[in-house]
Design a protein around this ligand. Structure first.
Ligand SMILES: [Zn+2]
Length: 187
């Protein structure tokens, strides 16, 4: 796996939660350095410029991220919110968020990593109190563990993305079918 950030979940709080990948197996961490964290804030479109962060920003971000993931999972499974996770996300949401500024060139947002994290926490509050909760779905690739918003008709979307998971699973299923088919049926 590479460290390029991807945004396939349909909501920034879900993409943020998915930066610990393959949660049930290899647990692949995307925020390995303060730079990879600030790159996420930039690439997500949350901020235009950001001040450099340090290891304490990574620790704060991963703590909030794990709390967001826990709350998303609780909602997805129809369980009560975990009290500790709730307190963590709410505390982060109370901090000063990213503030957009108007410049001659248009809207510009400059932030610290702490402000960017507060904004992600607020977005998680909006998501988990909003109308999209029934649409939360975990990717059909059991290795993946990304949760996305399924806006497809009849909620029939199976994967976080075709490129990230769908094609991989379909290719594996095809290989499995080929293996078990009688010799004459092979093509
Ligand atoms: Zn997936």
């Amino acid at each position: 796996m590479n460290l390029d950030h991807v945004f396939v979940c349909g909501h920034p709080a879900l993409d943020f939660a998915a930066t610990l990948r393959a949660r049930r197996s290899t647990r692949f961490e995307m925020f390995v350095t303060p730079e990879r964290l600030t790159a996420w804030y930039l690439e997500s479109g949350l901020v235009d410029t950001i001040t450099p962060g340090d290891d304490s920003d990574v620790r704060a971000a991963t703590a909030v991220r794990e709390a967001v993931y826990r709350l998303v999972t609780d909602r997805r499974l129809g369980q009560e919110f975990d009290a500790e996770a709730l307190a963590t996300v709410n505390a982060a949401a109370r901090e000063t968020p990213v503030t957009p500024q108007l410049t001659p060139a248009g809207r510009h947002t400059e932030a610290t990593p702490a402000q960017a994290l507060a904004t992600v926490a607020r977005q998680a509050v909006e998501l988990l109190s909003g109308p999209d909760v029934p649409l939360l779905k975990e990717c059909g690739n059991p290795e993946c563990t990304r949760v996305y918003i399924d806006r497809s008709r009849g909620m029939r979307r199976q994967w976080c993305g075709m490129e990230s998971c769908g094609n991989k699973i379909k290719a594996a299923a095809y290989r499995a079918r080929k293996k078990t088919a009688p010799a004459g049926a092979r093509g």
